[in-house]
Design a protein around this ligand. Structure first.
Ligand code: NAI
Length: 786
């Protein structure tokens, strides 16, 4: 081709990256690989092939991890844990720094190996995956250094079991291992079966860095190996990234095991283009949103929502851009899209697209290489919102598109999904962008940009996209636990009814406490109530026995009170102060009630009332002080890590301190803008039902706090299974955590089921731990400038 022709066609030739060093590494270290356990590589066991998806050629043999292998890795991590946890922050920081340096030193080898194993363009592996992985270790070297200074009163959790997917093999490894190590944990990590090679190379890097044996262990294999890790009694924390189906299974399998759990799952993220957007930029953004990594990105902007007036023009320009995308050999630095990870994935995408009978499917008219797992960039328009392709994650280079008329409609369509991972919006109108961003059900929002990631910025989802954050202080916290003293929760039985022979007291005016739903006293649906007796056999009153229907009504009322989340923090604080004021006015009465109910000393009862008033003050104070932060990301712009309410929280209150315990749960929740359905202590419910009279006179909008008395386990079970409840907390005694957590897997709600509790009168029974549970971090990226 002459220079003139090149100028005319603007075509360019291939720029292949050499695979020689990477293949050489495979040949020398393999070609059959064992696991990396206790600082060394094991002999290969039963193996399976890992192939280059661009050619189908076998690269290496990978060992299928057995139960014995997992046992050995967890034993090594358990042995290494105490010493690693006790190292100084600085010592751990130096190891993380060494890992970052070595990743940088071997960057090209990692990039090429990743491309060979995964099929992604080497340009992306070289410029995105590997630099971001390095950055993760550098950033976490810093977090390791500052851990004790910035997060006092915390300790590492123990051995972390980590299971990662194949779309960003090394980057996902970095996201998992760096915070775990920085916090002082040890790890057993399983890479995805299609892409184990860079994880094994990372094992070698751990050796080079002189990392103590057993701190990092890599066990390869498929889902069976993953299952052995996550269900192993030796892992104290599980961190998983992958499909929602497997995430749900892990939630069920680990229910009641007391493991800490974070799940980063699938998505169907909206990409919203308003009619005043910079169209060319928005189209270029789409290339990054859905054709980056062949669309195999959990937060891919896979659902295009374009404002009706510009839709025709937008689609025309988009198709023109699609026709220019180059699909080809991933090792060629000039291509835009490489190969899908495996024939299985290619077949799955074909199956989903071919099964669709709606709308118009446009495959970009681009040449695909022969053989290999290639699929063209695809746009599907004219689908109804309920179409499976609009709702299900395709995890490939397939964009579905729909239109909207107004911003309100855009939000409605965007949120019409069971997922909530990410969202992108394009508009030149700052007011519109900042109005819409917080309304989207998404853990991450990009404004006039897309797919931006950084170690300092929290990343993670809401709804069925999972829970927990990775990156920044928030991500580090997910690998730490508080060291404050706690005691095991023990159920307290109600005082029994007196013997029949005991002469009943002369009846007073019957008072049966009702339930408190939507700001109104409500009779229990079942029509039953329980008698509440004092220790000496005096009838103190009756409390309603709520059932499923009552819980459903309470959740509906809580959902309906969404305005509370929009009230200003100042306003919420005022209401909490007002509750405290009104409680204080009736303090003596509450103290007497507590004494009668629990048979405690008068002084103890008075102390509980005083502490309850103080607690309400604390959370009134916190209401406008639980700030978010601006993460220091390496772009010209800001990444706002905002604290937002979780939504509707179900809370099972402790028997211990029936008034203070109840308030200790709902006050932080409502201070942050949540609505709650609380199940008061079964033994002493009347302390709670007295309190709703206080709530009634304190300007608390109906539905913000709802109380359903009755059997804590039964009512908790209904809350756990309810699709409109976003989180479940429990400090109740005698509940079956396994059943509650298993039931929570339906909508993957966040759970905080405690087997230990603080002394409710103590300082550590309030503050950040509760506020963290009451909030979710939403990261909004806003780049500056043109
Ligand atoms: P997957 O969720 O099955 O695999 C992810 C990881 O989990 C792998 O390491 C796998 O070996 C492991 N795993 C599988 N079953 C397990 C179990 N029962 N217990 C513990 N670990 C287990 O995802 P897969 O099959 O690779 O892809 C299927 C679909 O999942 C994709 O088409 C895509 O839609 C979605 N996916 C989403 C990802 C995301 O980041 N959102 C990542 C990978 C897949």
């Amino acid at each position: 081709m002459t220079t003139r022709e090149i100028f005319e066609t603007m075509d360019y030739g291939p720029a292949p990256e050499s695979a020689a060093e990477a293949l050489d590494w495979i040949a020398t270290r393999g070609p059959a690989f064992g696991h990396f356990i206790d600082g060394g590589f094991t002999r290969p066991g039963q193996t399976f092939a890992t192939r280059n998806p661009a050619t189908g050629v076998e690269l290496a043999q990978i060992t299928q991890g057995t139960q014995d292998d997992v046992d050995a890795a967890i034993a090594a991590a358990t042995k290494a844990f105490p010493k690693w946890a006790k190292l100084s922050c600085h010592a751990r920081a130096k190891y993380l720094y060494a890992l970052a340096r070595l990743l940088q030193k071997h960057a090209r080898l990692f990039a090429v190996l990743e491309t060979l194993d995964n099929g992604k363009p080497v340009r992306e592996a070289r410029d995105i995956d590997i630099p971001l992985a390095q950055r993760h270790f550098y950033h976490h070297a810093g977090l390791a250094q500052l851990r004790d200074a910035e997060l006092p009163g915390h300790a590492p959790i123990g051995v972390c079991g980590q299971v990662i997917p194949w779309n960003f093999p090394l980057l996902m490894l970095a996201w998992k291992i760096a915070p775990a190590l920085a916090a002082g944990n040890t790890v057993v990590l399983k890479p995805a079966e299609y892409t184990s090679l860079t994880a094994l190379l990372f094992g070698q890097i751990c050796q080079e860095a002189g990392l103590p044996k057993g701190v990092v262990n890599i066990v390869t294999g498929d889902g069976r190996t993953g299952e052995a890790i996550v269900t192993h009694p030796g892992t104290a924390k599980i961190a998983f990234t992958g499909s929602t189906a497997v995430g749900r299974r892990i939630r069920e399998q680990t229910a009641g095991m007391g493991k800490s759990l974070t799940l980063e799952l699938g998505g169907k993220s909206p990409y919203i283009v308003f009619d005043d957007a910079d169209i060319d930029s928005a189209i270029e953004g789409l290339v990054d949103a859905i054709w980056f990594n062949q669309g195999q990105v959990c937060c891919a902007g896979s659902r295009l929502l374009v404002q009706e007036g510009i839709a025709g023009d937008f689609h025309t320009r988009l198709k023109a851009r699609m026709a220019k995308l180059r699909v080809g050999d991933p090792l060629d630095k000039c291509i835009d899209m490489g190969a899908l990870v495996d024939p299985v994935q290619l077949a799955a995408i074909k199956r989903m697209v071919d099964a669709n009978t709606e709308g118009q499917t446009h495959h970009a008219p681009v040449a695909l290489p022969d053989g290999g797992c290639f699929y063209p960039p695809t746009l599907i328009t004219g689908l109804s919102t309920a179409s499976p392709l609009m709702q299900d994650e395709i995890f490939g280079p397939v964009l579905v598109s729909t239109t909207f008329r107004t911003p309100v409609e855009a939000v409605e369509i965007a949120n019409n999904t069971r997922y909530g991972l990410a969202a992108t919006l394009w508009t030149e109108n700052l007011n519109l962008a900042l109005d819409i961003a917080p309304k989207l059900a998404a853990g991450v929002v990009w404004v006039n940009a897309t797919n931006l990631f950084d170690a300092a910025a929290p990343f993670g989802g809401v709804r069925e996209s999972g829970f927990g954050r990775e990156g920044g202080w928030e991500g580090l916290s997910a690998y730490l636990k508080p060291t404050a003293k706690q005691a095991p929760i023990r159920p307290i039985a109600p005082f029994p009814a007196p013997e029949a022979s005991t002469a009943p007291e002369a009846p007073g005016i019957d008072r049966t406490a009702k339930l408190y739903i939507g700001g109104k006293q409500a009779r229990p649906d079942g029509g039953y109530s329980q008698a509440i007796w004092s220790r000496r056999g005096k009838l103190l009153g009756h409390a309603g026995i709520g059932n499923r229907k009552d819980i459903r009504n309470a959740v509906e009322a809580a959902r309906g009170a969404g305005g509370w989340a929009k009230a200003t923090a100042h306003n919420r604080a005022q209401v909490l102060y007002f509750i405290a004021e009104n409680l204080s006015a009736r303090g003596d009465e509450f103290a007497r009630r507590l004494r009668d109910l629990t048979a405690c000393a008068q002084a103890r009862a008075e102390a509980e009332v005083a502490a309850t008033i103080e607690r309400l003050f604390s959370y009134a104070a916190w209401a406008d002080k639980m700030d978010g932060r601006v993460a220091q990301v390496p772009i010209r712009g800001v990444a706002l890590a905002m604290r937002e309410p979780v939504g509707v929280i179900g809370a099972l209150a402790p028997d211990e301190a029936p008034l203070l315990g109840l308030v200790s749960l709902f006050a932080p929740a409502i201070a942050m803008g949540n609505r709650v359905v609380v199940v008061p202590s079964r033994a002493y419910p009347l302390a709670a039902t007295d309190l709703y009279q206080v709530l009634d006179t304190s300007d608390l909008p109906g539905g913000v706090v709802n109380m359903v008395t009755g059997d804590v386990q039964d009512l908790g079970q209904t809350l756990a299974a309810h699709a409109d409840v976003d989180a479940l907390w429990s400090f109740a005694g005698g509940v079956d955590a396994a059943r509650l957590e298993a039931a929570s897997s339906g909508n993957l709600k966040r759970t905080w089921i405690n087997s230990d509790a603080p002394d409710w009168l103590a300082r550590n029974a309030e503050g950040r731990a509760f506020l963290d549970q009451a909030t979710e971090v939403r990261t909004i990226w806003v780049p500056y400038g043109e």
